[in-house]
Design a protein around this ligand. Structure first.
Ligand SMILES: [Zn+2]
Length: 456
């Protein structure tokens, strides 16, 4: 069971309102999940479902660069390069139910699916028999995975409507999951998405460490969404028999966001980014920040109008940018924790498709979301002090600063606290629990969740 973005501190803070998660935590094993870099929803769930790092599965961002161009495009499950759990299980004649899993690989499932976030036909149950069952029992043709765009667009004017909708889609998904649990399956996966959006928009209402913290009726409504998830967690857990292993986890957590930094303005002061009509002039720049802290060098032989020669000029420029951004100070503070070269972060054949550099921000700060640039000299600091979101995780941030939750329950599961799991450890853990071999290409290792006397 996935609860997208559920933060460990939120679980602690709202403990008294979440009796089911508390009960399952108390009797099972608990800890943290450490997401990949960047800790973004599509990257993290792909890491979960493949057991591999992005250098192998090939999903590096929500919006990635279209190879051989300066254009950006939204990612999709068709780009995943390593086999997913449903594909691996299908080869072993095992059945998967995938309910609203982000990046769901729908064509490869043996079983049933409601495609989730970023998948084609998002929300439409498959196969037809399942669609009919949901139509008949719940009166719904689609089970929306995510809160729809109009609610997101109108959040300033009508935050209550977004929170009401978050609760409603959680209920619909919960009912669909309960209904489909009656089917036959070996692996069943359902992901509640609503808390990701809720925390992005309402983190300042939730976390007293946010500089603009205000507790009000929105805090109560946000907690209501989490309570609704908790109710369905309890209902789902109660349907499982004694031989079923239950894993509850989130793909990442959240940290406060108070300031958004326009990296292209800073690169411009170094003479690296050029502008034309107050837009980034990508073909004539040496380097461009692409949003979410991804930085691309305009490399000869790769970009259509490459400016920088491969080899030592490329390496020298990467060092220069890393130095300049790591030392960037705004009001006496360092927004950027570190700048990583892609090969420091990833291993595997897809690594050359990653951004050349990743600027990893300290909590509180994040990169602008697009390859954009502010008008010159408009703001000395080139920042936005009133970002649309008050909570974040994908700025990009250090996975250790935004861990997710992990609760494991089931037969012979050893009671323990403080487990720390890389997200790529979960697929091997699930395969082991199903008695399946773990493919050697996987980066993760099965988690030590079993009582030792029972299981080697
Ligand atoms: Zn997420």
């Amino acid at each position: 069971m996935g609860i997208d973005g559920a933060s460990p501190n939120l679980l602690e803070k709202w403990r008294d309102s979440l009796p089911n998660l508390r009960r399952l935590s108390d009797k099972g094993a608990t800890g943290l999940t450490i997401p990949p870099i960047p800790p973004q929803t599509p990257v993290a769930w792909t890491t979960f479902i493949t057991g591999t790092n992005p250098g192998k599965h090939g999903i590096f961002s929500f919006a990635t660069r279209k190879p051989g161009t300066y254009e950006r495009e939204i990612t999709n499950p068709g780009r995943i390069k390593t086999p997913t759990l449903p594909e691996i299980l299908k080869r072993a004649n095992l059945t998967t139910g995938l309910i609203n899993a982000p990046m769901s690989p729908k064509d490869t499932v043996r079983g049933f699916t409601i495609p989730g976030f970023l998948a084609r036909d998002e929300g439409t149950p498959k196969p037809l028999r399942i669609a009919k069952k949901i139509q008949k029992e719940l009166g719904l043709e689609k089970i929306p995975g995510d809160i729809e765009t109009p609610y997101l667009k109108n959040v300033q004017d009508n935050p209550e409507a977004l929170l009401d909708r978050a609760k409603e889609i959680t209920q619909q998904l919960g009912e669909a999951a309960l209904l489909l649990l009656e089917e036959e399956w070996d692996l069943f996966m359902t992901v509640f998405m609503a808390m990701d959006r809720v925390q992005h928009f309402f983190w300042k209402n939730i976390d007293e460490n946010h500089p603009n913290h205000t507790e009000n009726h929105l805090t109560a409504k946000a907690r209501e969404v989490m309570k609704t998830i908790d109710t369905y967690v309890g209902k789902i857990a109660d349907t499982l028999d004694e031989d079923t292993l239950l894993i509850i986890l989130s793909d990442h957590g959240f940290c406060p966001i108070h300031t958004e930094v326009y990296l292209n303005n800073h690169l411009e002061t170094q003479g690296l980014t050029k502008r034309h009509n107050n837009k980034v002039d990508q073909p004539n720049s040496k380097a461009v920040a692409y949003g979410y802290g991804d930085i691309w060098i305009n490399l000869q032989g790769r970009e259509p109008n490459g400016q920088i020669k491969p080899g030592s000029p490329y390496e020298a420029l990467r060092r220069q940018i890393a130095r300049c951004l790591t030392h960037l100070t705004i009001d006496g503070q360092n927004p950027i924790k570190t700048v990583k070269r892609r090969e420091e972060v990833y291993t595997g054949p897809e690594t050359p498709k990653a951004p050349d550099l990743l600027a990893i921000f300290n909590p509180g700060w994040q990169a602008a979301r697009h390859p954009e640039i502010l008008p010159a000299k408009a703001h000395g600091n080139y920042v936005n002090r009133t970002p649309r979101w008050s909570g974040g995780h994908d700025g990009t941030h250090d996975p250790q600063d935004v861990p997710g939750i992990l609760i494991v329950n089931g037969p012979r599961v050893k009671k323990q606290r403080h487990m720390k799991a890389n997200l790529w450890d979960l697929a091997p853990t699930i395969l082991q629990a199903l008695g399946q071999p773990i493919p050697p290409h996987m980066d993760g290792k099965p988690l030590p969740i079993w009582e030792e006397q029972q299981r080697a």
